[in-house]
Design a protein around this ligand. Structure first.
Ligand code: DON
Length: 429
């Protein structure tokens, strides 16, 4: 733990504690009766360490923060094609409970408004509402790293007052969006909204998304990186409803709010944030929660569009241990832009060496586009009558089946031995 970070988080929570703007959700007594002063923050690092401040262990109902997780579960279980045929991904700019569908497709505009969330519930496999709910609860619990409790009273009240959601479900049914009985689907929707979480749970759930589907605390893969990518995308564009534009500009983190007062926010690859403060603004977002996220993002530089990593830093060093042999030492995360730069650098110097050794020992992570580009470098060297050697002790670049580089070594010294043999075999040298 870092004392500095802890002090900073306590400071921000303290600064905003005096803000009393907003109102409790009052459509059901259980939400209208909570302590308006409740205020909690938790941040989980991508390796699972959780910082807590204020009422980070206070339980509240997850409400709409359930939506991205059920959407992720639906994607995980039935795949993108089926999900896309039932739910769009366009921001609606409408309130969360708007009774609306897309004009052309007659499907909900996105999974973050109630219409899309109800449609997502119907896509989760299950022969009965109980089975479907169990699957959902298990999925959220796997993301949170503990079994989440269910609030029976909130569920009953949601169900008793849910005319608007009933209107939405029946409208969806009339357009053929729901493959199941609308009341059964709604029952599961009300139940999922009534699961109880703390800020710590939300931080852990967020961190699971930040880690591309792996819960950093349990190490369990909960879903795929592709599902997470899609889920985070709709959180960016639609997560904060008709405040989505404001949110992305000012905070710049994929997020989702709920009328229970919670917000989950995610910094991909880095952090999950869980916030609780039940006083809501007119759009149904937590007033202090929004301010807190805004503050954290500004002061800690968390905006996901902050351009921080220069691709130039990918090539750490270029040196020539022997005339005719050039070593390109790479480091950091190697993605498309960095690999493109490596490809260009090697290509540019083609006349100056016979053997290129690409040393990826210090590369932490690489994606497939970078792998393909490096394979391309290898091929182009061969075509030019040169030799490309790769030093890849952890096999981050080399994957079987991709037909990559001829020669892979564990150390630069080993590669040099081969490089020198290549030089000796060259008649011109
Ligand atoms: O569907 C509803 O009305 C609620 N149970 C959930 C709504 C919600 O959390 C909206 N988010 N801000």
């Amino acid at each position: 733990m870092s004392e500095l970070v802890q002090r900073y988080l306590d400071e921000v929570v303290g600064e905003l504690a005096g803000v009393t703007d907003g109102a409790l959700a009052d459509y059901i007594p259980e939400l209208a009766e909570v302590d308006p002063a409740g205020f909690g923050l938790a941040i989980s690092s991508s390796d699972g360490y959780v910082y807590e401040s204020g009422d980070a262990r206070t339980e509240f109902t997850i409400q709409s923060i359930s939506k991205p997780f059920t959407y992720a579960l639906a994607l995980d279980q039935v795949g993108e094609d089926i999900v896309d045929s039932k739910i769009g991904v366009e921001p609606s700019g409408e309130a969360f409970n708007e009774i609306s569908v897309d004009d052309t497709t007659k499907t909900p505009k996105n999974p973050m408004i109630n219409a899309g969330a109800i449609a997502a519930v119907a896509l989760v496999p299950g022969v009965s509402p109980d089975e479907r709910f169990d699957t959902i609860r298990e999925f959220y619990s796997a993301c949170a790293g503990r079994r989440l409790d269910f609030d029976e009273d909130v569920y009953r009240s949601e169900k008793a007052t849910g005319s608007r959601n009933r209107a939405i479900a029946y409208m969806l049914d009339s357009f053929g969006v729901l493959a199941d009985d609308p009341d059964d689907v709604l029952d599961v929707y009300f139940r999922q909204c009534s699961l109880r979480v703390t800020s710590v749970d939300l931080a852990r759930m967020g961190a699971t998304l930040a880690r591309g589907g792996i819960n950093p605390q349990t190490g369990r893969r909960v879903t795929s990186t592709r599902v997470v990518q899609r889920t985070l995308s709709v959180m960016v564009t639609c997560g904060m409803y008709n405040a989505a534009g404001d949110w992305v500009s000012a905070v710049g983190l994929p997020a989702k709010s709920g009328v229970g007062g919670g917000i989950v926010a995610v910094l991909p690859g880095q952090l999950g944030i869980g916030v609780y403060s039940p006083l809501l603004d007119a759009r149904g977002n937590s007033v202090r929660g929004v301010l807190l996220c805004r503050n954290l993002s500004e002061r800690l530089g968390l905006h996901f569009l902050t351009v921080s990593r220069e691709s130039r830093s990918t090539v750490r060093a270029i040196y020539e241990p022997t005339p005719g042999i050039r070593v390109y030492e790479l480091h950091g995360d190697l993605m498309f832009a960095g690999a493109e730069q490596v490809a260009r650098t090697v290509q540019r110097n083609l006349d100056e060496f016979e053997v290129a050794i690409v040393d990826v020992t210090r590369v932490d992570d690489i994606n497939d586009s970078a792998r393909d580009l490096l394979a391309e470098v290898s091929r182009s060297l061969r075509d030019a009558g040169k030799q490309g050697l790769v030093v890849d002790p952890d096999r981050v670049v080399i994957r079987t089946g991709r037909g990559y580089h001829d020669s892979v070594f564990s150390t630069v010294e080993d590669a040099l031995v081969t490089g020198e043999k290549v030089l000796r075999a060259k008649p011109t040298l």
